[in-house]
Design a protein around this ligand. Structure first.
Ligand SMILES: C[S@@+](CC[C@H](N)C(=O)[O-])C[C@H]1O[C@@H](n2cnc3c(N)ncnc32)[C@H](O)[C@@H]1O
Length: 347
């Protein structure tokens, strides 16, 4: 006799979870086939109208549409399909912040790696990186050998960052910074937002050379002298001098405690007295039981990206900032998508 868990919300979650990999891929395929975009431009459409737009045999399209309807992202009313409000808002456009970019990035880069999870966690290192040619120890470095996949990665990264960055940019602590170093600043998405908001702030975006090239359009082309690019390796090259603020956005969480302490010390040494450090990213709850975005991220780091790191709880960052010598250490918690901003000031 099985016990019934009918009223237990964990059961409902379990049922969704075990089907989620297939459903996730169905939704990503619908993005690929521009089904959400078509329904957005066209309004509700019958099967035949969708079929005329999509190069998939009728039976296979029927199966796909059933799968996407089962997620709730498409609705079907008297035979006509339509985007749900969530699909219309998140998946129908090709805009920079569209979730469509995020889905394709997760599908092409993150999720293939998770099949290696048991092996990677047992091995204590990112064994899934073997699927990406090269001998460098992190995914970021190896992606520079594959410009197409690197572009997919940074389009997804940028779209996700845009979904949470407003809360970061709005922090009044940035208004006193004259020159900010955006360490691991990626394609410059965050710096571009900061430049819009603080036209008097100079910003230097530091990232590996292949990523710096991706940042050119978004930063120097648009912001001229306000944003400079500094190609380099955080483990090899010194941080540029003269800044009074250092931002690590979605960067420290990739690495182990020792590496984080080393990078925070580097920031401390580069800053003048009164200079500010900002550590922005995902935080799991202090008791490490909560945060599904953070959970995915920590697993991705350990299986694929670096073999280290996690969405550390804010109290870890606060302890590390204090240990390195920063004062006024605190965290703005509860930012969108499980984000927090830990800050400190060099005395
Ligand atoms: C998760 S992305 C964050 C991008 C951006 N800061 C944001 O919040 O959207 C991490 C960034 O760190 C950069 N990075 C990783 N290892 C690096 C290294 N050794 N030196 C310089 N940048 C590095 C990557 O290229 C990537 O752009």
């Amino acid at each position: 006799m099985h016990v019934s868990h009918e009223d237990d919300p964990v059961l409902e979650r379990f049922h969704f979870l075990v089907n989620a990999p297939a459903l996730f891929n169905a939704v990503a395929t619908a993005v690929d086939l521009d089904i959400f975009g078509f329904l957005s431009r066209q309004g509700p459409a019958g099967f035949q109208e969708i079929h005329e737009q999509v190069d998939v045999p009728a039976h296979q399209l029927r199966v796909l549409l059933q799968g996407v309807c089962a997620t709730g992202l498409l609705t079907r009313d008297e035979g006509r399909y339509a985007n749900s409000a969530v699909a219309e808002d998140l998946l129908a456009s090709d805009a920079e912040d569209s979730w469509s970019h995020i889905l394709l990035g997760w599908r092409d880069i993150y999720y293939p790696a998770f099949g290696h999870m048991t092996m990677a966690l047992r091995a204590g290192t990112n064994t899934a990186l073997a699927d990406h040619p090269g001998d460098e120890p992190t995914l970021y470095q190896r992606l520079s050998r594959n410009p197409e996949l690197e572009a997919v990665f940074h389009r997804a990264m940028s779209a996700f960052t845009l979904r949470s960055v407003d809360a970061l940019v709005a922090r009044q602590e940035f208004s006193s910074v004259r020159h900010l170093l955006d360490i691991g600043g990626g394609d410059g998405t965050t710096s571009a937002r900061l430049s819009d908001r603080y036209p008097d702030m100079r910003i230097t975006v530091f990232d590996i050379p292949s990523v710096s090239r991706l940042a050119e359009d978004k930063t120097t082309a648009r912001f001229g002298g306000q944003v400079a690019l500094c190609p380099g390796d955080i483990f090899v090259d010194p941080f540029p001098q003269g800044a009074d603020g250092v931002l690590f956005s979605h960067v420290l969480e990739i690495f182990s405690e020792d590496v984080i302490l080393g990078q925070l010390k580097k920031a401390y040494d580069a800053l003048p007295s009164g200079g500010r450090v900002f550590v922005y990213g995902y935080n799991v709850s202090d008791d490490e039981t909560d945060g599904i975005f953070s959970a995915r991220l920590g697993l991705y780091f350990n299986v694929l990206a670096s073999g280290q790191g996690m969405a550390y709880p804010a109290k870890d960052y606060e302890a590390w900032l204090s240990r390195v010598g920063f004062t006024d250490v605190r965290t703005a918690t509860g930012l969108p998508y499980e984000h927090g901003l830990s800050m400190g000031v060099k005395p």
